[in-house]
Design a protein around this ligand. Structure first.
Ligand code: ATP
Length: 914
């Protein structure tokens, strides 16, 4: 049975009258028409007005040939879709001459949607509406919905179901409320737009199409594609609001004249039928508009019967009149536009089909059963077909109401006969329906029983749930209070945590920065110590090497000089000795010289010893320094590392006071270390100063000795000079004497000859000899004297030589002494080392103060530290009683109450909740 038969159960709310909406779509000139050089005789004036030649027409909308499918859909059909979902019945049908675009408008070129229905350029109304309906339904929430589709064809005045596999024709019937239904039409449920399109495609292939002269794919039947939407919404009162709306999308076959269409035989019969139904449609429209006509000939054709509700009924209707702009279609276009113009005056009363509650349905069914029961009783009690008198009267009234005519008895009899036939059909249908309904009632009764039992159970459950919910309510408020307490504690802890975190962050940033400062300072100090240690060690090494070389050289030179001196002196002594040997008193001179020389050598040896002693001392000092400097560097390094480690440990603690104390302690410790180092240095410096003083003393002693030696040397030199002068004088004198003596000696050698010869003269000779002897004695004494003088000269010469040698030695010694003094100066450089140490330690102190203490970031005040206090909060969260235990408790309570009530004889079901 069609969904339309259910209309009898629907509650219909009358609505204000609403004119049928009429739009016109002008097709573009086709290629065929272009070839025929047809003239365009249709012009659009505004979007509501158009001209056919000079005649002006006004419609709800006029679509130009260029108007797109989507433009037409959005303006004409889209508003109806919303109405359908609301529960209205709507109809959109295309009417017009064959080949003017009815199928193009309703179906489109491919009878489906490609992509989004709002964007596809070519889809017609039906596929687009299929998707649009689901878009609208999907916007609704908490609504059950069902969408059904039916598709019928009216061909040669016979109705065929395009969605059914059998070829049976279907019957139309009108129910007692005047609603037209098609018996047995297939209504197929679908869940999406795609599903609707598929059904549409399934049906369309069965549609009667044939080529005509006017359209090579001319639709030879009228089709009605119906989408029914039922929504069910539950109200808080428990009733269901049912809304049932539908849209009929009608594609009529084209009106055409047989001659132009070129139809013959079968096609001509087809055309005659098409034209008849369209003619009736025209008459119906005319009758609806013409107030003088009381009878609307819906029944004259099946098309008008199907469209009865859409024309002057409760449906919202839109007519799309399609026209060709070609001059050779002038007559058909005029006819279509005249139709359309007339149709604009048709008035409908659209109503929403809604609100069918369960109770109302049951009431309706009971009444229907009652009525049918009466009919059945009447039929059983008589022969033939009987209808209950009251029902019969209602039928008559209904006929009068529908036709609105006063009819003659014969007419009435004829109509009654037809009506009775219809009623017979209906009766059988109703009987079947009745039986089905009785079955359903039984089923419903059973369901009712089950529902009652379920309700009872649910009541009990409800009590139990009330009990549980009350209990949970109490628990919830307790838990809420507990949670609030926790919340307060958490809030306090959170704010304290924020303060502590801020402090911690602040402290951490200080620590990081201090760590960097300290690290930098320590690195600098360590580098300085390393550099200092290296530099000083290098300096000491250099000076040590230098001094050692100098000393070695000095000592070597000294030894060399001494050996040279010794050999020179030896030589001189030998010379002297040989000379002295020639002289009488030579030994005494030699001894004298040797004694002097030995004295001198002794003095030099002594000096050498002193030098060697100084050198030894100096080496000792050097060795001491060599050991001392790395030790001190080590101590510095150790102290600094110690300080760094301590500072590192300290910066990792958060307590400012402790930190400051420890930093101070660290600084004190460092200072102590520095002081210790300073003291050690001082002691070392003092030691070095003593050594230097001692060395100075030694140098002074050496200087004194040197001075003495110099003095002695000077004395010696003076003596030498004198001896030398004397010797040279004597030598000169002696030489002259020897010369003279030799002269005298030569002359004396001539005397004996003179005696022999001159005897007389012997006396004279003796005298002369005596004189000679005297002279010899004189010469001897003179020679003695001379000898003495010569010895003196030799001594002087020797002294001079010695003096020269001594000068050389002295010069060499001077150089050595100067070298020694220089070396002592180099040694004095140790005081520079000490000074560098002092400077260095001061630098370190400064760095430690400036880099660490001054640059160390002092902690600033970051909020008050939260006061230590005990926070009270529940140490354990009580478990929630399990549901099963609660249900057990509830049951017990119920049993107790029941017993108490039974004892009291009270039957009230007023068990109190806990
Ligand atoms: N607005 C339009 N724009 C473009 N082409 C159109 C338009 N209207 C119709 N046509 C074309 O005109 C031809 C005939 O259209 P259609 O089959 O829809 O006419 P019809 O009115 O349904 O004819 P019939 O009554 O014979 O079935 C088709 O080829 C169609 O593509």
């Amino acid at each position: 049975m069609s969904n339309q038969s259910n209309n009898s159960k629907k509650k219909i709310h009358p609505q204000p009258l609403q004119n049928v909406k009429v739009v016109v779509r002008i097709r573009p000139i086709s290629r065929q028409e272009e070839d025929q050089n047809v003239k365009n005789i249709v012009k659009c004036h505004t979007h509501r007005e158009m001209f056919l030649k000079e005649k002006k027409y006004t419609f709800d909308r006029v679509f130009k040939p260029t108007a797109s499918q989507i433009e037409l859909y959005m303006n004409v059909v889209a508003p109806l879709i919303q109405d359908v979902v609301e529960g209205y019945n709507c109809t959109a049908f295309a009417y017009g001459q064959t080949g003017t675009g009815k199928t193009y408008t309703m179906t489109g070129e491919t009878c489906r949607v490609v992509g989004n229905w709002k964007e596809d350029e070519y889809a017609g109304i039906i596929p687009r509406a299929a998707f649009h309906i689901f878009d609208e339904l999907n916007k609704m929430s908490n609504v059950d919905m069902s969408v059904k589709v039916s598709y019928i064809e009216l061909y040669n005045e016979e109705i065929r179901d395009l969605l059914s596999d059998d070829e049976n024709t279907l019957q139309i019937y009108t129910d007692n409320k005047g609603s037209v239904s098609i018996q047995g039409v297939n209504e197929i449920s679908t869940h999406d737009g795609e599903g609707i399109c598929k059904l549409f495609q399934r049906g369309i292939v069965k549609r009667q199409i044939a080529p005509t002269l006017m359209n090579h794919q001319s639709s030879r039947s009228h089709t009605v594609f119906t989408i029914t939407v039922v929504t069910r919404e539950s109200t808080p009162s428990g009733d269901d609001i049912l809304k049932a709306g539908k849209i009929n999308l009608v594609d009529l076959a084209g009106n055409e004249n047989i001659a132009r269409s070129g139809c013959k035989d079968l096609r001509a019969t087809e055309l005659a039928n098409i034209n008849r139904s369209l003619l009736t449609l025209g008459r119906v429209i005319h009758a609806l508009v013409d107030k003088s006509q009381k009878h609307v000939p819906y029944r004259d054709s099946k098309l008008t019967r199907i469209l009865q509700d859409s024309l002057g009924g409760h449906t919202k209707t839109v007519i799309i009149a399609t026209v060709s702009p070609a001059h050779n279609s002038y007559e058909e276009t005029t006819s279509t536009l005249d139709y359309a113009t007339r149709a604009r005056d048709i008035k409908n009363t659209p109503t929403i089909n809604e609100k069918m509650t369960k109770h109302q349905i049951i009431d309706g069914l009971v009444k229907e059963i009652d009525r049918l029961q009466k009919d059945l009783d009447a039929a059983r009690s008589g022969t033939g077909f009987y209808v209950d008198k009251e029902n019969y009267q209602k039928m008559l009234d209904a006929i009068s109401a529908v036709t609105g005519e006063t009819i003659s008895a014969d007419e009435l009899t004829a109509r009654k006969a037809e009506r009775i036939k219809n009623l017979e059909d209906l009766m059988y249908a109703k009987l079947r329906q009745f039986e089905e309904t009785v079955e359903q009632c039984k089923k419903h009764e059973q369901e009712l029983e089950t529902a009652r039992a379920t309700m009872k159970e649910q009541d009990e459950n409800l009590e139990q749930e009330k009990f549980l919910s009350k209990w949970y309510e109490n628990q919830t408020s307790e838990k809420l209070a507990e949670a609030q307490r926790f919340l307060n504690v958490t809030k306090t802890l959170h704010s304290e945590k924020q303060i502590l975190l801020a402090k911690l962050e602040h402290q951490f940033s200080i620590n990081v920065s201090n760590e960097m400062v300290t690290h930098k300072a320590v690195t600098e100090v360590t580098n300085m110590i390393d550099k200092f240690g290296c530099e000083e060690t290098r300096k000491i090494k250099v000076s040590e090497e230098k001094v050692r070389d100098e000393f070695k050289k000095s000592v070597l030179d000294l030894h060399k000089d001494l050996s040279n001196s010794s050999s020179t002196i030896k030589e001189l002594s030998e010379q002297c000795e040989s000379r002295a040997r020639k002289e009488k008193n030579g030994f005494s001179v030699k001894n004298c010289i040797l004694t002097k020389t030995n004295d001198y050598l002794d003095a030099i040896r002594k000096k050498t010893l002193v030098f060697e002693g100084v050198l030894g001392e100096y080496e000792k000092q050097l060795n001491f320094l060599k050991l001392e400097v790395p030790k001190m560097a080590k101590i510095y390094r150790k102290n600094t590392e110690m300080f760094f480690d301590k500072t590192m440990t300290l910066v990792k603690t958060y307590d400012d006071e402790i930190k400051n104390d420890i930093i101070e302690a660290g600084n004190l410790k460092t200072l102590e270390c520095l002081n210790d180092s300073e003291k050690q240095l001082k002691t070392s410096i003092e030691g070095k100063e003593n050594i230097i003083a001692m060395l100075r003393q030694q140098i002074e002693d050496e200087n004194a000795t040197l001075y003495r030696i110099q003095k002695e040397k000077e004395d010696l030199m003076n003596t030498d000079k004198r001896v030398k002068d004397c010797i040279s004088e004597r030598m000169t004198h002696l030489k002259s004497l020897v010369l003279e003596s030799s002269k005298d000696l030569n002359s004396s050698l001539q005397l004996p000859a003179l005696i022999d010869i001159q005897g007389a003269e012997v006396q004279d000779l003796f005298v002369v000899v005596k004189e000679f002897e005297d002279k010899l004695n004189e010469i001897a004494s003179f020679l003695d004297e001379k000898h003495e003088k010569i010895t003196q000269c030799t001594i002087e010469e020797f002294s001079r030589s010695v003096s020269n040698t001594c000068k050389v030695i002295e010069k060499s010694l001077d150089e050595k002494v100067n070298g020694l003094i220089k070396n002592i100066d180099v040694m004095m450089g140790r005081s520079e080392v000490v000074e560098s140490f002092t400077l260095f330690s001061n630098n370190i102190k400064q760095i430690l103060y400036e880099q660490i203490l001054d640059k160390n970031v002092k902690a600033s005040h970051v909020g008050d530290t939260p006061v230590r206090q005990s926070t009270s909060y529940p140490s354990r969260i009580q478990d929630i009683t399990p549901r099963e235990a609660l249900i057990e408790k509830f049951k017990k309570t119920m049993m107790q109450k029941l017993e108490e009530h039974t004892e009291d004889g009270c039957m009230e079901n007023d068990l109190l909740l806990p």
